[in-house]
Design a protein around this ligand. Structure first.
Ligand SMILES: Cc1ncc(COP(=O)(O)O)c(C=O)c1O
Length: 399
């Protein structure tokens, strides 16, 4: 490592809270799918800041939209009306259907909002004291107290007890277990169509439709966490659209503004009645500056048909990685994914493979110990994916 990196690392450790196991790399510049470190070394980004920079880094049109808006109006609070917010709400509903949007600042905050909306809708609109939210094992919904309780992984809960009441976790993929978990207190089921942190896990369509049907039958809301899967990541605007699902509520964040912090709760017109003035709020939610970036992101995604591109490139990548697996028998348990949300599940602990790929200039993530997780910018080229597949094959051959 260079002196510049060592100095930065030391300053970080002396001033920033120690909540992240950071990889020894300091990034200084990005453009498209390329990142540069402090010393000017180039990397291929296959992570997009964890499914955030879906249109690539430093997109010139988004930078221009931001600069324009920054000179016009940055923030006024939600005590007033402003144009960028309503334009964005209309644009997002245009990718889904009639409904209402609540804007916030992160994924966890969006899920908090969805949980609050479910409880309040059940009580104030339906007049039923339903407050429990059912979630699935190996899910991930955030790090606030309510969303980490909703998360179906014990590691995020350690030492944070007592946890908020009203959450039940059932085995993912098991419809009978879900049926048995419903009570007259169940307000909603919340799930990811493809579990991200959980290791890029997909569900059969019959299961997802079964969950929705059970929710309807039991008077619970069907809520989908699209924070990682949304904004064209899986080859559709929203992953639930692959399966013809009709959630009552879904949440978005990450790629909404291509890198600026933003979250959103989208709900049907009926369920949105659960919120009234004063029932939920956040100072920065839907601020003109971030809305301008998000609006430009949505506009480019439509114009460039980014969802179709992600579907096409995803198929290409899955075939490429299946070839790598075939060339390295016994080393890859499974290659799976939807669009450009891809997991390469290794047959052994993946730490060494991941570190070697990072050393070779490929930025990606390892989750659940064995799964190389790829969430590249959706503008990635075939040649870039081929370059990574070759490196992966070389690294696996050496294991
Ligand atoms: C599916 C899902 N939900 C919620 C979150 C939490 O989002 P944030 O980190 O913006 O709070 C994440 C983040 O990784 C996620 O992947």
């Amino acid at each position: 490592m260079s002196d510049a990196f060592d100095a930065l690392k030391e300053r970080t450790q002396a001033s920033v809270m120690n909540t992240y196991g950071r990889y020894p790399l300091a990034l200084a510049k990005g453009s498209g799918c390329t990142l540069h470190d402090l010393d000017g070394r180039e990397y291929l980004d296959l992570l997009a800041g964890i499914a955030v920079a879906n249109l690539g880094h430093s997109h010139p049109e988004i930078a221009d939209a931001l600069a324009r808006q920054a000179r016009e109006l940055v923030h006024v609070s939600n005590l007033f009306f402003q144009t960028p917010q309503v334009e964005l709400a209309e644009a997002l509903l245009g990718t889904w259907g009639p409904g209402r949007v609540f804007f916030c600042n992160s994924g966890a905050e969006a899920n908090e909002g969805a949980i609050k909306l479910a409880r309040r809708y059940q009580r104030t609109v339906r007049g039923q004291d339903r407050f429990e939210v059912i979630t699935l094992t190996s899910s991930f919904h955030g790090r606030t107290l309510a969303t980490l309780t909703a998360t179906g992984q014990d590691k995020v809960k350690e030492h944070f007890q007592p946890l908020p009441e009203g959450f039940v976790t059932v085995p993912a993929g098991d419809l009978e277990a879900l049926r048995a978990a419903f009570t007259p207190r169940t307000a909603a089921v919340l799930l990811e169509v493809v579990q991200g942190e959980g290791g890029v896990k997909l569900f059969p369509e019959a299961y997802l439709r079964g969950v929705q049907a059970l929710c309807r039958e039991q008077g619970a809301l069907f809520m989908v966490d699209e924070i990682q899967t949304g904004m064209c990541r899986t080859g559709r605007w929203w992953a639930h659209q692959h399966h013809g699902l009709e959630p009552d509520v879904f949440t978005a964040a990450k790629a909404l503004a291509n890198g600026l912090p933003m979250g959103a709760v989208l709900a049907t017109e009926e369920v949105a009645r659960g919120f009234e003035p004063g029932s939920h709020a956040t100072t920065f939610g839907g601020t003109p500056l971030v809305c301008a970036a998000a609006l430009k992101t949505v506009e480019i995604m439509h114009r460039e048909r980014i969802a179709e591109r992600a579907a096409r490139m995803g198929d290409f990548a899955l075939a490429l990685f299946a070839d790598v697996a075939a060339q390295n028998p016994g080393k890859v348990k499974e290659v799976r994914g939807l669009g450009l949300m891809i997991g390469i599940d290794l047959a052994f602990d993946g730490q060494k493979v991941w570190e070697e790929l990072m050393k070779r200039g490929f930025i990606l993530n390892l989750t659940q110990g064995t799964v190389l997780r790829l969430l590249p910018p959706l503008v990635i080229e075939q040649e870039e994916l081929r370059r990574f597949a070759q490196a992966l094959s070389d690294v696996l051959a050496g294991q």
